[in-house]
Design a protein. Structure first.
Length: 237
């Protein structure tokens, strides 16, 4: 079930030049992995409406826009691409709940410690894992995410990486996170035969082993499912 490097291609997804060129070529809104409608239950369960949210690697996704339509009041969006940021800043100039800044998620020193209640990541860690110096880039990004989240806050990660390739990055003792895992089939996935996907099972946390792995007999309904890691920052006693 281990999937990581095999899902990458030859592009350097950690490079601003790649993303600038991509957004110049294709300015249409695009959401990686899942739309807000599929993630809404999880967002509403773990992110309060009044939360100060940081959307890392926002690109030209509709995710933040849809969250504001659903009542969210304060979303800071950052992306390494100045093209994407200028595009989205212009598009949402009249939406005060949405703010945009060009920024590399590996260095978000512009923000003070514990500035956000929630950090949402839909494919950004995955992009870095496909770039040059992947382990170092991932470590730098996650260190920044941990620094920026308030105690009791949440890192909401949507990724194609199963626990075998993500838990080693997420369980660093310095982050001090309690982690729960949910699994969502791809939006286009159809179960074979006449059976339909169980929505209820997708909304239940997956019981993990003591090492934080999936049970050895666990079978993915969709072999290319997306994994949702809810990383809650422990409150210091």
């Amino acid at each position: 079930m281990q999937r990581d490097v095999s899902s990458c291609n030859t592009y350097n997804y950690g490079d601003a030049l790649y993303w600038d060129a991509r957004y110049v070529q294709d300015a249409l809104s695009f959401d990686w992995y899942q739309r807000y409608s599929s993630l809404r239950h999880f967002v509403r369960s773990f992110v309060s409406i009044s939360s100060r949210v940081l959307m890392v690697g926002c690109g030209n996704s509709l995710m933040s826009e849809d969250m504001v339509k659903d009542g969210y009041e304060d979303i800071m969006n950052v992306d390494i691409s100045s093209v994407a940021i200028e595009m989205m800043r212009t598009k949402h100039a009249s939406v005060p709940q949405l703010k945009y800044m060009q920024m590399d998620v590996r260095d978000m020193s512009y923000f003070e410690d514990e500035s956000f209640d929630t950090v949402i990541d839909k494919g950004t860690l995955d992009s870095l894992m496909c770039g040059n110096d992947a382990p170092l880039s991932a470590s730098r990004m996650l260190g920044e995410v941990s620094r920026l989240i308030k105690p009791g806050g949440t890192y909401f990660l949507i990724t194609y990486g199963d626990p075998k390739v993500r838990m080693s990055h997420l369980t660093h003792s310095a982050y001090n996170w309690n982690i729960s895992l949910y699994i969502l089939p791809r939006p286009e996935f159809k179960k074979p035969g006449n059976s339909s996907s169980s929505a209820k099972s997708c909304l239940e946390a997956i019981p993990l082993t003591s090492e934080g792995m999936l049970p050895h007999d666990y079978v993915l309904e969709d072999p290319d499912s997306h994994f949702i890691y809810i990383c809650n920052k422990k409150v210091k006693k």
